[in-house]
Design a protein around this ligand. Structure first.
Ligand code: NAP
Length: 259
């Protein structure tokens, strides 16, 4: 399918690896020029070069922490006006409700709620002026069904979801479509890190921890970054103009809910 976005320009945050990289690759395949971001310069430059080589699009790489004001300012300056914004950042650590301090909550809210809001606030006015824009926020299945050990993530991402529910309806009249993607378990460093935590806590191997988690997913496997990226590219496409303020689960059926 021609996604109708060849020649458009996208900022994809936190995209040297994992789900962000999957989104960047799928947009590049659709002919979109990219601004990529991650903290680690080496992996970021490798990803940027691999995408240039494979898809022939222009790729600007900005090594910066997207959750810091200074990092965000550098990314926004390099990005200029974009047609498409994909927000993403690392997720908060797992833990126990009784251990989390105010500072832990502020850090989680900063990274996973206020950072995407700041990026939308900075970039949507130009999209509105042009009469066309797409925003996809990478959140989590924990928005639909809480993951108890990820209370910091549950809290921050649900706050973002509430913001998007209203704001997406304020910008839709101007051709700007904002939606969220809710990943279930995908085969990325983040998933391997969570498997490692389970393995240590329960005294089992990482492979056993992974096998156990796979059994909780009706598809009986982890998702891939390419599958995730393909949905993101569709939501950023010309064809998604009537999709507003939605929360799209990509979880292999892991969230046991009717709607
Ligand atoms: P990942 O494989 O660990 O990749 C994270 C990417 O984001 C890397 O490129 C990393 O590069 C970059 N990054 C992290 N923090 C950043 C920051 N502050 N500023 C800029 N770049 C940053 O993670 P993932 O699995 O793709 O997960 C992406 C998001 O989806 C996370 O918020 C995660 O919690 C959420 N999620 C993932 C899953 C899953 O199963 N994978 C499920 C539900 C939700 P640097 O480290 O070099 O910055």
């Amino acid at each position: 399918m021609d996604l109708g976005i060849k020649g458009r320009r996208a900022l994809v945050c936190a995209s040297s690896k994992g789900l962000g990289r999957g989104c960047a690759e799928a947009l590049a395949e659709a002919g979109v020029d990219l601004v990529l971001n991650a903290r680690g310069a080496e992996a970021l430059e490798e990803t940027a070069q691999a995408i240039r080589d494979t898809y022939g699009v222009s790729v600007t790489a900005v090594a910066a922490d997207i959750t810091s004001e200074d990092g965000r300012a550098r990314v926004l300056q390099a990005a200029g006006d974009v047609d498409i914004l994909v927000t993403n950042a690392g997720g908060p650590p797992p833990g126990m409700w009784s251990d989390w301090t105010r500072d832990d909550f502020i850090a989680a809210l900063d990274a996973n709620m206020l950072t995407p809001i700041a990026l939308m606030t900075a970039l949507m006015p130009a999209m509105i002026d042009k009469g066309w824009g797409r925003v996809v926020n990478i959140t989590s299945q924990s928005v639909k069904a809480p993951i108890p050990a990820l209370g910091l993530s549950n809290a921050a991402r649900t706050g973002l979801t509430g913001y998007v529910a209203g704001t997406s309806r304020q910008v839709a009249p101007f051709g700007v479509n904002v939606n969220n993607m809710l990943p279930g378990i995908h085969a990325t460093d983040r998933a391997i890190q969570l498997d490692g935590g389970v393995s240590q806590k329960e005294g089992i191997t990482v492979e056993e921890a992974k096998a156990r988690r796979e059994l909780t997913i009706p598809a009986r496997r982890y998702g891939t970054r390419a599958e995730f990226g393909a949905m993101c590219a569709f939501l950023c496409s010309e064809h998604a103009g009537f999709i507003v303020g939605q929360n799209i689960l990509c979880d292999g059926g892991g969230t046991n809910a009717t709607i």
